[in-house]
Design a protein around this ligand. Structure first.
Ligand code: NAD
Length: 433
């Protein structure tokens, strides 16, 4: 821990020397990151299985391939994204030329969570490096095997004069937060988000907060509930529900609730078998603290399917709860686990009021055939993202900005949005003498 100030000052020297600015350096780093993900894939997959019981197919697509795609997309567009951008000038300033120049900020700090412990450290790092910055990376101590794998491999591939990994928990993060950075990118919960923002204020450091919250799913009366159930099950129960944009709860309009419950139970049985504890594709809860928290939420409604637990194995069966009262504990905090409450609402109006009475979600999903309903949802609610017809998948579109609003966070990243997050957009006015 005593070396943390030295690490940051070493990276700052590298940045000040201009090492990270040339596009060639940035491209080399991105290619090296990609090589690491390809060559060390087996090690990362094993670590993800150890920490979270992630099956290889899910881990490959959601952690490794996701980052590789982000790298490829960035490499394909980098020159265009960072090129000076000519802007029109008002008549009073003509003749002259206006342009926006994107310059790197300096040294960034990336603090990651445990649920996608590789993806959520490396995807921001792609933006940090592509924009020409140095970085300290702090993986989550709650996924220690992945954290160790990152600390082992990253320095063998990236320029260690510009990128450092600091492992550790609260003391190390606190010490990091005492340093001056030029951007802090934090993914995790809102309580720590506030600590990060407070620490950043001392140095006037800009901050991106990728937080969570309860992402609702509205299910209208005019849709094929079998398809709806398949897509909700996919988005909710991957990584055993420990996904920031996972559907948190369902608002089923009119008489859809009961029919949807049956479909959800059928799809769950088909996907994970009669005993999901035996399923090779079903994950585990990260630790006993979260297991105990989630177990306490199971009594929040009538169990349609699931409900079984095994504390030693940190296993909670994929569970659907019905007849859930809005003031049930399961409707308080973000669930962040494999429990899906289905609430009955009488109308779209009631669904919209239910959503807008609560914190602005990271994502809002709706299954409806009505263009008017979609328009009302867009116009009358606020969230980081909206997914019509499918949950979670919006985050895989690299040209869509990713992030939250209000309690679900601030700032955006992915693709070009990452470049803008980790750059100073310098205004240049050039007037002839
Ligand atoms: P976590 O506990 O792993 O914490 C994240 C980081 O904060 C870790 O690196 C940890 O060391 C650090 N930290 C924890 N306590 C600290 C303290 N007191 N002071 C300084 N640093 C501290 O992750 P988590 O918060 O349990 O993650 C789950 C939350 O993250 C959920 O709310 C989820 O929705 C959200 N999340 C959001 C996104 C997103 O992209 N928006 C993605 C994943 C998770």
């Amino acid at each position: 821990m005593s070396t943390i100030p030295d690490v940051v000052s070493r990276l700052r020297k590298t940045f000040s020397a201009g090492v990270t600015k040339p596009l060639e350096w940035r491209r080399n780093q991105l290619n090296a990151l990609k090589a690491m993900l390809t060559e060390q894939a087996d090690d990362f997959l094993a670590a993800l299985h150890t920490d979270l019981g992630k099956n290889a197919a899910e881990a490959r697509s959601a952690e490794l391939t996701f980052v590789v795609n982000e790298i490829d997309h960035t490499l394909a567009h980098l020159a265009e994204w960072v090129a000076p951008e000519p802007r029109p000038l008002p008549e009073t300033l003509r003749p002259g030329a206006g342009r926006v120049v994107r310059e790197p900020l300096g040294v960034a700090l990336v603090i990651g969570p445990w649920n996608y412990p590789l993806h959520l450290v490396l995807a921001p790092l792609v933006g940090v490096l592509a924009a020409g910055n140095a970085a300290v990376v702090k993986p989550s101590e709650l996924s220690p095997t992945v954290s160790a794998a990152i600390a082992r491999h990253l320095p063998s591939y990236l320029d260690t004069s510009a990128v450092a990994v600091v492992e550790g928990a609260i003391p190390e993060t606190t010490e990091l937060l005492a340093q001056r950075f030029d951007h802090i990118f934090y993914t995790g919960n809102g309580a720590v988000g506030r600590i990060v923002l407070t620490a950043a204020a001392k140095h006037l450091t800009p901050v991106t907060l990728e937080l969570g919250g309860k992402s609702p799913v509205v299910v209208d009366t005019d849709v094929d509930l079998r398809v709806v159930a398949e897509r909700i099950v996919w988005g909710k129960f991957m990584n055993a529900g420990q996904t920031c944009v996972a559907p948190d709860y369902v608002l089923a309009i009119g008489d859809t609730a009961e029919r949807l419950e049956t479909q959800l139970a059928d799809v769950l049985r088909e996907r994970f078998g009669d005993d999901p504890a035996q399923s090779p594709v079903y994950g585990r809860i990260v630790n006993t603290r979260h297991f105990d928290r989630l177990s306490g939420l199971l009594a929040g409604g009538r169990v349609v399917t699931g409900g079984q637990t095994d504390r030693d194995a940190k296993y909670i069966a994929p569970t659907v709860l019905a007849d859930v009262p809005p003031d049930s504990p399961v409707m308080g905090e973000e669930i962040f686990g494999p429990i899906l409450p289905v609430l009955r609402v009488a109308s779209l109006d009631e669904a919209l009021t239910f959503i807008t009475d609560r914190d602005k979600p990271l994502a809002l999903y709706a299954f409806t055939a009505s263009a008017e309903t979609k328009q009302r949802i867009l116009a009358e609610t606020s969230s980081g993202a909206v997914g019509f017809g499918i949950p979670v998948a919006h985050l895989t579109a690299p040209d869509l900005p990713f992030g939250g609003v209000g309690e679900s966070g601030m700032g955006r990243y992915h693709g070009k949005y990452s470049i803008d997050t980790f750059s100073n957009l310098k205004a240049v006015l050039d007037k002839p003498l």
